[in-house]
Design a protein around this ligand. Structure first.
Ligand code: TYC
Length: 109
């Protein structure tokens, strides 16, 4: 039959222990999305944003809005990059349409 060496003989016939490289997998980074306080955006508008864009119940949305109002900043949620970026863009777009100065930001966790 064949006179040719097998692949193993060709590449691995020097008595070295050969181990496959372990795949370098990293979890994708996550991002916190924040709302920032200002003096002009109506509270009801912020609650509505938290309900529609961030899927919060009215009671939770009101708590978060009040946290932003009193502390200056509050977390709306934690998402992968694409989702976080989309939510920030949606909030800023709706705020702009209504001419409110509401700011929404994201930071890697
Ligand atoms: N401070 C605003 C007001 O008194 C309410 C507000 C809350 C604005 C949260 C922005 O992200 C915000 N009308």
């Amino acid at each position: 039959m064949s006179e040719n060496p097998t692949d193993n003989e060709r590449y691995d016939s020097h008595e070295l222990a050969v181990e496959e490289a372990r795949p370098k997998l990293k979890r994708p980074p996550l991002y916190r999305v924040f709302l920032l306080n200002d003096d002009f955006t109506p509270m009801a508008f912020v609650v509505d944003i938290l309900e529609t864009i961030f899927g919060m119940e009215r009671t939770r949305a009101t708590q978060v809005m009040l946290e932003v109002h009193t502390k200056g900043k509050g977390v709306c949620g934690v998402f992968n990059f694409e989702i976080a970026e989309t939510k920030v863009a949606q909030v800023m777009g709706i705020a702009r349409q209504h001419q409110h100065p509401l700011l929404c930001t994201m930071e890697e966790t």
